[in-house]
Design a protein around this ligand. Structure first.
Ligand code: UP5
Ligand code: MG
Length: 346
């Protein structure tokens, strides 16, 4: 694993699609505008404007510097056209230009409306390598709960392979029928589907948010999955660490029965649970043995209470976790996941 988590997401790539203003497309780098007083009276410093980061076009073609910056007066992020006039804006207080919502087209009259995608990394360059930790355990062993906590509290990105598959089902994509067949039978979906979903998600997240610490919840489920991993992510890269959640079957059954009352999952019933557990023993445990032999497995007893389990997870992720996030107070959702506050009524 490479420690690219230290790499600040300071390069933005703006991509306009539809009938937008294509001249706005391109790579943006931290602004070198001379310190000046902005329209709201805030004194800027190099690379900053109105107290937030600001960018210039990398090709220097814009008549205005910074060409992408925040306006305090309008409380919005703004991207300029080459002539310096406004092209797109997005009203919000976000610290960085938002990458997860539509930007407003400043001058209407273009139809259909374009959408602007901001990549934190130039998509023409290879995507920075992800830092990956695998999280494996039986159905109901607490993978989703602990990964969600690590996402909220520690800034890791939680990617549940099961959730990726369910999202694909929900979107009724071309492979939805095939995926449903495997999930309902408690069997593993073929490698090519799983690898495509994983690779696309990780790249999209890193390129648009700059985040590249990933917890892969529920992967690898089999030695065959590991083969697919090496084929798609390279055979030479170091083996990721695996967190293995050990929990006895009776406890798994008790938890999944409890979750079935509200989860809406088609596989949260006793029959599917037994099939999933059989698949886990037959297919997944051999991968755990493999990681143990390679000295890359951290075993955690997850039959313990949530707070004890979480403390072990924090310790295991310590090396790649942003220290400033690690010491922040518990978020309200984290208090619920840790059992310190009740779940909201469904
Ligand atoms: N809970 C959690 N921790 C607790 C604790 N310490 N003490 C007390 N209670 C605790 O937890 C389950 C329940 O237990 C929750 O109610 C929680 O509050 C409580 P959860 O965190 O949801 O457990 P998790 O391990 O995530 O259980 P899940 O059922 O999601 O695991 P599965 O591995 O079975 O499900 P997944 O969604 O990963 O996969 C579903 C299917 O997708 C598979 O069966 C397979 O068909 C397919 N799939 C593939 O084919 N390939 C893949 O790579 C991935 C999935
Ligand atoms: Mg889960």
């Amino acid at each position: 694993m490479s420690d690219t988590s230290e790499m600040p997401p300071n390069t933005l790539y703006v991509e306009v699609s539809g009938a937008g203003i294509p001249e706005v497309d391109g790579l943006f780098v931290p602004s070198e505008a001379e310190p000046a007083t902005s329209e709201s009276g805030t004194l800027s410093s190099p690379g900053y404007w109105n107290g937030k980061m600001a960018w210039d076009r990398a090709d220097g073609k814009s008549a205005r510097s910074p060409a992408l910056s925040y306006s305090n007066s309008y409380r919005s992020w703004r991207i300029c056209r080459l002539d310096g006039h406004l092209a797109y804006d997005c009203t919000c207080d976000d610290a960085l230009p938002p990458v997860d919502r539509e930007w407003h087209v400043y001058k209407k009259g273009v139809a259909p409306a374009p959408s602007v995608t901001i990549h934190h990394f130039d998509p023409r360059q290879p995507c920075p390598e992800p830092n990956v930790v695998f999280v494996i355990g039986g159905p109901g062993s607490g993978k989703g709960t602990m990964c969600e906590l690590a996402e909220i509290q520690l800034g890791w990105t939680h990617l549940s392979t099961g959730d990726l598959l369910r999202a694909e089902l929900g979107s009724e994509g071309p492979q939805a029928v095939e995926i449903k067949k495997y999930i309902d039978a408690g069997e593993l979906v073929p490698n090519d589907i799983m690898m495509r979903l994983l690779k696309e998600s990780m790249e999209r997240i890193t390129r648009t948010t700059g985040r590249n610490n990933f917890l892969l919840d529920g992967f690898p489920r089999s030695l065959n999955n590991m083969k697919g991993w090496h084929e798609h992510f390279g055979g030479d890269i170091a083996l990721p660490t695996m967190l293995y959640f050990e929990c006895p079957y009776d406890e798994l059954e008790r938890r999944v029965k409890g979750r079935a009352k509200y989860s809406g999952r088609s596989d949260d019933n006793l029959q599917s649970l037994r099939l999933r557990f059989d698949t886990f023993k037959a297919e997944t445990l051999p991968t755990v043995d493999f990681f143990k032999k390679e000295n890359c497995c951290v075993e955690i007893d997850t039959s313990q209470d949530r707070q004890s389990v979480y403390a072990k997870v924090v310790e295991s992720l310590d090396r790649f976790t942003d220290n400033t996030l690690a010491v922040q107070p518990l978020q309200p959702r984290a208090e619920i996941l840790l059992g310190l506050k009740p779940y909201p009524k469904q």
